[in-house]
Design a protein around this ligand. Sequence first.
Ligand code: HEC
Ligand SMILES: [Cu+2]
Length: 335
Amino acid sequence: MLIQAVIALLQAPYANLPQYPVANTFDPLATPGQAEKGIALLTIAITTGIFVVTAGLIVYGIWRYRIRPGDDATQEPPQVYGSNQIEVAWTVIPILIVFVLIGVSVRVIAAVQNASPSQSSVKLQLIGHQWWWTVNYPQFGVVTANEIHVPVSPDGKMVTEVRLESVDVAHSFWIPQLAGKMDLIPNRINYTWIDPHQPGVYYGNCAEYCGTQHANMLLRVIAQPTADFNRWAYEQKQPAVDDPNAAEGKKAFLSLACVNCHLIKGTPSAGVFGPDLTHLMSRQTIGAGVLPLNHENLRAWVNDPQQIKPGCLMPSMKLTGPELDHVVAYLETLH
Ligand code: HEC
Ligand SMILES: [Cu+2]
């Protein structure tokens, strides 16, 4: 209860949406996820059958031909060599099983890949970095990081097309309840799509080992009613808030190397090596899900990200105490 209350508090902006933090492949809530669950169940059914038959035969053999009183322990049992029927059977049956599984998988892969999204689909470009995600909406002029907002698609019609790219190594997109896995590969463009049938916050992660902080390369999909999604996109498109109360922090930020790596729309800070910070405070987490976004965590992150996400590609900027306070105060105005 307490933990849930704390989580709800931390995620206040979307507290009204159901959370799906246990990413359960067997409880899919989007069309590609449902198709993939079908393959998973069929594979489990077939392999369970194989296990039961082989384990059963082994147990039967052990029991049926066990040593009994009066057996001569020095005497070898009769040796039987070769049986064409049996050899053919245990070659052909596994081949058939493999082809059935290939056929079913190919059919689902083709169905997901060839589905032609409607003209009205939301187009999203997802770029993998060590160890975070750029989330780009070219249609709306919106760039953000680590959190994907999409319209909910109760009838499977309001589809979000996801174009997957990588700037460094291979990553993989996996939101177990929606779709995946689809790799993000350098110098290649892959596509997939999602159509969450219910509003909610769906958790996912990078599913391809991509270096030290691979395990902290998390991703969230926030599926909202279309009107809420449009409002979010409109707000994200705006340049950063320019709060005069944070002028000192802004000055400090702009005088530091932060500007080489971070973009804050409407300021001279135009780096793209790190996440876009224009609407930092609209997100739920920092460091691609490593910590919830709140004052303490943000301060600790800016002070030394290497303490929180060792090996991540943001160095400690070694700010002095007052400088750190000002910069964090400025970041906290970026709603
Ligand atoms: C060398 C480039 C670089 C510099 C300089 C840099 N950062 Fe970063 N920053 C990054 C990278 C890369 C990440 C993403 C790290 C990750 O999640 O693995 C990041 C993440 C962040 C985040 C978390 C964003 C999010 O949504 O997860 C904040 C806040 C941040 N930086 C603030 C700053 C501030 C303030 C400064 C200057 C004092 C600064 N950064 C300097 C590269 C840099
Ligand atoms: Cu990765």
